[in-house]
Design a protein around this ligand. Structure first.
Ligand code: FAD
Ligand code: AMP
Length: 478
């Protein structure tokens, strides 16, 4: 194999593998370096997202929701199920099969597109060279006209809760429980904590979520986060806000957790504790001291709007750089960089990256929140339409939540679309499409939507912006 490539990508997560495939499609001789080993001990492509992130967590969320529905949600439809049981190891096995199929799929795509896989740990040297060290310790240096760093992120460890993957686990360990813990503690009420807390709560765990911040889901639109707190609490998650973990002590098969909140110091005992306090960029042994690639003050690789680092020809994308730690953001950056290397001029619209929390109901948003726009002094009109008024939601017995559309008060241009409710992720994506084309609320309101659909809540919320929703009493008539 020649040691020279047009592009070497480090990391085969949704940032790196997408960048590698796009670069190869554009005729660039491309290699991708990856070191992650799957549960069978073989190299597994796909990164955090496919192996221990988006896909496995959604597999468990879907399985446990079906269980919950079968157990408690079908009687209303006249369906009696008898004694519904969950075989947790079978559920985990199904999740692992999905991972294997998808990661194998990436290997197939690499082959089909002519991407060379280099197995081992990649390190960026000076002069656009990449050293790849195999598991046997042997190292080989490759030359690249361009390097794309897509090394991703790792769970943050906090000293008061050292992860042993037995009693105190991170998100990866929480995807592997072979039985629902009796009492489950979750540190951090972020996206990952809430999703994994929901999985095990649906299987009968008594879940307590300990969150340091006083406010719930601070990056989400406040009206949505308030509803989310109400709904998730009603589902049985005991969410303690303003509660900071200070110590843990593993005692046999349990862990005693100490935290401080408004009531002073408290202690609780759990059978398992999930530490979900965020993720840090993975830059360990990634950059040689003379590589010239700079980090920012938070330890992320410093890049400009086009993901160029401080070294010409070296780019970085995904979780290892600024911006939301989301798979779709990583992938879009990967495509942008590959196309820029090939001489094209694409951009990523960082203002329109949707975010989703896959609880039930889903929580999703794109664009600005009402609190952000208020802080910026932008005058807005807001339209809200509840699922309780949607015929389709009623037919499905899934009426919690609402769609909210925020538009500029002067131009009517849509500035944010937020939702909590059934299929919120898919509905908010409609808002993202509209916003990408500079749509006004009136534009959305004038479109024909199929009846009965959940999508009609988007139309009605858009109509509500100007006081013209049909199926609710509007606060302001026009
Ligand atoms: P990663 O996916 O982390 O991939 C980086 C890859 O680089 C890894 O395979 C790693 O082994 C490899 N690597 C690192 N350093 C080296 C090196 N030096 N040499 C060789 N290889 C190296 N995001 C969503 O958008 N939607 C979701 O629903 C979602 N759910 C999530 C659920 C969980 C439990 C977790 C943990 C994350 C979730 N995320 C979700 C976040 C998402 O997984 C990440 O944003 C995404 O994977 C980032 O992609 P990436 O390519 O930047 O990095
Ligand atoms: P995210 O970054 O979305 O994954 O969320 C992680 C959450 O963990 C944030 O809301 C943090 O406030 C919270 N967090 C971080 N450290 C602690 C701690 N020691 N105790 C409780 N919550 C914490």
């Amino acid at each position: 194999m020649s040691d020279k490539f047009d592009v070497i990508v480090i990391g085969a997560g949704p940032g790196g593998y997408v960048a590698a495939i796009r670069a190869a499609q554009l005729g660039l001789k491309t290699a991708c370096v990856e070191k992650f080993k799957g549960q069978d001990g073989n190299l597994a492509l796909g990164g955090t997202c496919l192996n221990v992130g988006c896909i496995p967590s959604k597999a468990l969320l879907d399985s446990t929701w079906k269980y919950h529905e079968a157990k408690d949600g079908l009687a209303v439809h006249g369906i009696s199920t008898g004694d519904v049981k969950m075989d947790v190891p079978a559920m985990i096995g199904r999740k692992n099969t999905i991972i294997k199929n998808l990661t194998g799929g990436i290997a197939g795509l690499f082959k089909a597109n002519g991407v060379t896989t280099l197995e081992g740990h990649g390190k960026v040297l000076a002069n656009r060279q990449v050293e790849v060290t195999g598991t046997d310790g042997s190292a080989k240096v490759y030359e690249a006209a361009n390097i794309i760093i897509a090394a991703g992120s790792q769970p943050i460890d906090i000293p008061p809760a050292p992860v042993d993957q037995q009693v105190i686990v991170d998100s990866t360990g929480a995807l592997e429980f072979q039985a629902a813990p009796g009492k489950l503690g979750v540190i951090g009420a972020g996206v990952i904590g809430l999703e994994l807390g929901s999985v095990w709560s649906r299987l009968g765990s008594e879940v307590t979520v300990i969150e340091a911040q006083d406010k719930f889901l601070t990056t989400v639109d406040e009206q949505v986060s308030k509803e989310a707190l109400k709904v998730l609490t009603k589902q049985g998650l005991d969410i303690r806000l303003g509660a900071r973990l200070t110590a843990t002590e593993v005692k046999g098969e349990q862990v005693v957790v100490t935290f401080a909140d408004a009531n002073g110091e408290q202690q609780m005992t759990f059978d398992k504790l999930i530490v979900a306090v965020g993720r840090r960029p993975e830059t360990k042994n990634l950059l040689a001291t003379d590589s010239g690639v700079n980090l920012d003050e938070r330890g992320f690789i410093f890049v400009d709007d086009h993901c160029a680092t401080s070294v010409p020809g070296v780019y970085a994308i995904g979780d290892v750089v600024r911006g939301p730690m989301l798979a779709h953001k990583a992938s879009e950056e990967g495509v942008m960089v590959a196309e820029r290397i090939a001489g094209q001029k694409p951009q990523v619209n960082y203002d329109l990256i949707p975010g989703v929390i896959y609880t039930h109901p889903e929580i999703a948003g794109v664009g600005k929140t009402e609190q952000q726009l208020k802080a910026e002094g932008v005058a807005v009109n807001v339209g809200v339409f509840p699922f309780a008024a949607s015929g389709r939601a009623m037919a499905a017995n899934d009426t919690t939540g609402f769609v909210k559309i925020i538009a500029d008060a002067t131009t009517d241009r849509v500035l944010g679309v937020h939702a909590i409710g059934p299929s919120a992720a898919e509905l908010v994506q409609q808002g993202a499409i509209a916003m990408e084309f500079g749509s006004s609320a009136e534009d959305i309101g004038m479109m024909v939507f199929s009846h009965p659909t959940l999508s009609e809540t988007v139309k009605e919320a858009a109509l509500a912006v100007n006081g013209a929703a049909i199926h609710v009493a509007n606060r302001k008539k026009r």
